[in-house]
Design a protein around this ligand. Structure first.
Ligand code: ADP
Ligand code: MG
Length: 779
């Protein structure tokens, strides 16, 4: 690596308490500001300033290293034949929006193409580790703090890169493995290296230790830890467990435990894991023993390492692009938003001489990472993106974010223990006094005595420091033993809820499925021969499998294993689904079956014996199916089955309603019919009654009438007999009759004459016409 030739020209203290340093690098002269408190200013020599200026002036190592990694298309994107819109060439990452001639190019320290393993430029887990994390590891052994954080949308490959899956180990395990290899290497140079580790997550602005569970009784929620600020060391988490680890296997065991805790806590909390940041922290302390002038001296360097897997960036970027100022406490991740603000403030700071305000304290995460961003740390950022066109907006937003981070410059320095510095100063002081002693011997006895006294007291101090160091060494050993004890206790705590640590390759088991692949298949529950009761996790519960969650009943179901035949019997009212179907009767489980308890706890049932036999009882070969039976598969299956069930229920309800309606209609019709016929009978009866009455009345009236007629006839007869016409009256009447008859006769004759005349006239007219026709004239 090329060394900068730096020459400090001078410095002066500004009223603000900052130190203004003028320096010359190669041929150009620059000026920069360094934040140094009053106490330290006095001690700085030009040499020290030169070192500081070097760090500040920014050789390639002090600027934040930024890398981009493009993951392969996932199965969903492949299924929908998503177009790849990202390409990589050297350090450049380019985005080509579809249906557009426009291109967006970004240059980074590294652009990793991990889309297709067949490509020549394919960046494997190892490539990424070697390029990005290995240099940080080297810096740790030089006494610097180091930080690497992964940023990107959910599903873009942050956890894959940081932690890795199965044999594709990511940065964290590789880093840990190598740190122990290096520690063994430096041991040969008389350097002992002690490593402590912590693992925690920040979710919803609360910090949870992943290596310690709450063992207090009746505690359902985990206690959140607080951040405090040490005047010299900066922010730290109060009460966070930090375990001494002696080997990579130790780290692996703790990581497994931490991830199991994470998986347990995330179950049933929708989307939780993608909204939480997980931080894997290490402190590496290197102690070098040296002998100088026959005296044993120790030189200690302490480096803090933070490896951070951030929450999914889509939670904040959409809000940021809209430029809206977001309310605090809203569902959007405050830590991620503040990280964005901090990065942009720091990137602005490099462009202006003014010291802008950096809002580190606005969120837990940025406060904790204060030293890693714009502070004393060698920092790298990895931004992960999807190549698919559907994620274009998120990809562009990630790339812009990363571009900004690239301009951040940190002031990293070697973290020497203050003891080392004191010792070095004491040694110089002793040297000075010795020299003084040599040249002033015999001249000033008083001065000589006091110098001798000072030397003795300084030597005493030195001895004390030595003693403290030896004690510290002892403490390390004790701490390691204590950590081992704690690890066993934590594992036992998880085992109480039946979470297994080793796979028994004979016994059937249930393995958890989670939306986040990092948390999937983390929890393993062995189904032993006999009965296994499943129920809510309670202190002192005897149940074989204990789960938490609102929909888990105190006694949820019973699993029996009788000579390899595993049967699940659900309790009444406790929701249990097998392969998407709600079950109420005992069911026999087969390898690969999906079991969902209380809607949130997803499992896959594994039956090693069935696998050995090569077949499931109910379906085809097992091996090919296993891979597909992940969380998404189980969830889709449940949704599909629920949809079908709801549709069937709706159809049933519709049919029933229809049937009921028909029945009601029939009943109403029958009733109306009955009412109608009753009414008709009534009317008929009434009519008959009326008829009878009428007939009676008629006959009565007829009787009366005939009686009356009889009476009248009698009366008339009597009257007739009494009034007979006179002869004159008869004669007059006959005469009138006669005259009338004569008049009628006359009239008749007259009419006959008229008729004869008319007849005659017609005949003559007929005659005329005929003769005319004969003469050929047409009338
Ligand atoms: P994140 O942590 O960003 O939400 P993950 O790291 O869990 O996303 O990745 C989501 C899925 O994509 C996982 O199944 C993972 O195996 C796969 N994946 C991500 N990056 C890569 C890669 N570089 N190569 C192969 N598979 C990857
Ligand atoms: Mg993840």
């Amino acid at each position: 690596m090329k060394k900068d030739r730096l020459e400090v020209l001078g410095y002066e203290t500004a009223t603000t308490g900052f130190l203004s340093v003028a320096y010359k690098k190669d041929s150009s002269t620059s000026e920069d500001f360094l934040e140094v408190d009053q106490e330290h200013q006095a001690r700085f020599s030009l040499g020290a300033l030169s070192n500081l200026a070097k760090g500040r002036q920014g050789g390639e190592d002090s600027a934040v290293t930024v890398a981009i990694r493009v993951r392969p298309l996932n199965s969903r994107e492949q299924k929908m034949k998503a177009k790849t819109v990202v390409s990589v060439s050297g350090q450049e990452t380019t985005v080509h929006p579809p249906h557009s001639q426009q291109k967006f190019s970004f240059s980074f320290d590294f652009s990793f193409w991990s889309c297709d393993a067949q490509d020549g430029c394919y960046a494997s887990q190892e490539t990424v580790y070697e390029s990005l994390a290995r240099p940080l590891l080297d810096k740790v052994f030089q006494g610097y703090n180091a930080c690497l954080f992964a940023y990107g949308q959910t599903g873009s490959g942050k956890s894959y890169t940081m932690m890795g899956y199965n044999e594709d180990a990511g940065i964290i395990p590789r880093f840990c493995e190598e740190i122990f290899l290096k520690a063994a290497e430096v041991k040969e140079d008389n350097v002992t290296c002690h490593i402590e580790m912590s693992y925690f997550e920040v979710y919803n602005e609360k910090l949870h230790d992943l290596l310690t569970s709450d063992k207090e009784k009746n505690k359902t929620k985990k206690t959140a830890l607080r951040i405090r600020e040490h005047p010299e060391l900066g922010p730290y988490v109060a009460g966070l467990s930090a375990y001494v680890v002696g080997s990579f296997a130790d780290v692996q065991a703790w990581l497994e435990l931490g991830n199991k805790q994470r998986a347990t806590a995330a179950t049933g909390m929708n989307d939780k894991s993608s909204r939480s940041h997980s931080v894997f922290a290490m402190v590496a302390t290197q102690t070098k023993r040296e002998t100088s002038d026959g005296e044993s001296l120790t030189h200690t360097m302490r480096s803090h390492v933070n490896l951070v897997d951030l929450a999914g960036s889509e939670r904040s970027s959409s809000a940021q692009t809209s430029g809206m100022r977001l309310k605090e406490g809203a569902s959007i991740n405050r830590s991620l938003m503040t990280l964005g603000k901090v990065i942009s403030a720091l990137s602005e700071a490099t462009q202006s001489k003014k010291k802008p305000f950096i809002p580190y304290r606005d969120s837990l995460l940025t406060w904790l990472l204060k030293e890693s961003l714009g502070g004393n740390s060698k920092t790298a950022m990895l931004a992960t993106v999807s190549p698919a066109a559907v994620n274009l907006e998120e990809t562009l937003s990630t790339l812009r974010y990363a571009k900004q981070a690239r301009s951040i410059i940190n002031v990293a320095k070697v973290n020497e223990d203050s003891n080392t510095r004191i010792i070095r100063e004491l040694k110089a002081e002793i040297e000075k006094l010795r020299a003084f002693q040599r040249c002033s011997q015999g001249t000033d006895l008083m001065k000589f005595d006091s110098s001798l006294h000072e030397i003795l007291s300084l030597k005493q101090k030195l001895l004390e420091q030595e003693k403290k160091l030896t004690e510290a060494q002892q403490e390390w050993k004790e701490n390691l033993a204590r950590a081992e004890q704690c690890k066993l206790e934590e594992a036992r705590e998880l085992q109480k809820a039946s979470v297994s640590f080793k796979v028994d390759n004979r016994l059937p088991n249930l393995v958890n499925l989670n939306e986040d692949p990092q948390l999937s298949e983390m929890l393993l529950y062995i189904i032993k021969e006999g009965q296994t009761k499943v129920g809510r996790h309670m202190v002192d519960s005897e149940y074989g499998i204990q789960l938490t969650g609102a929909l888990i009943a105190d006694s949820h179901c019973l699993i029996t294993n009788e000579q390899g035949t595993v049967t699940l019997t659900p309790a009444a009212d406790a929701e249990t689904y097998v392969n998407g179907d709600l079950v109420s009767e005992p069911v026999t489980l087969h390898h690969g079956d999906r079991v969902i308890l209380g809607r949130d706890h997803y499992f896959r049932f594994n039956h090693p014996v069935e696998v050995q036999n090569g077949r499931r009882a109910s379906e085809g070969p097992v091996a090919c199916k296993e891979m597909l039976q992940d969380f998404e598969f189980a969830k889709n299956e449940l949704v599909e089955s629920q949809k079908q069930r709801i549709e069937a229920e709706i159809e049933e309800a519709r049919l029933q309603a229809q049937q009921e309606m028909m029945q009601e209609l029939q009943t109403a019709r029958d009733l109306a019919q009955r009412e109608l016929s009753a009414q008709r009978c009534l009317y008929e009866e009434q009519i008959r009654e009326l008829q009878r009455e009428m007939e009676d009345e008629l006959s009565m009236k007829q009787e009366l009438l005939s009686k009356e007629m009889e009476q009248k006839r009698h009366k008339h007869l009597g009257k007739l007999l009494l009034t007979e016409p006179s002869a004159q009256e008869l004669e007059e009447s006959q005469l009138r009759h006669h005259r009338f008859m004569e008049a009628l006769q006359l009239e008749k004759e007259k009419l006959a004459q008229e008729m004869a005349q008319v007849q005659q006239a017609r005949l003559s007219r007929e005659e005329e016409r005929k003769s005319a026709a004969r003469q050929g004239t047409v009338p």
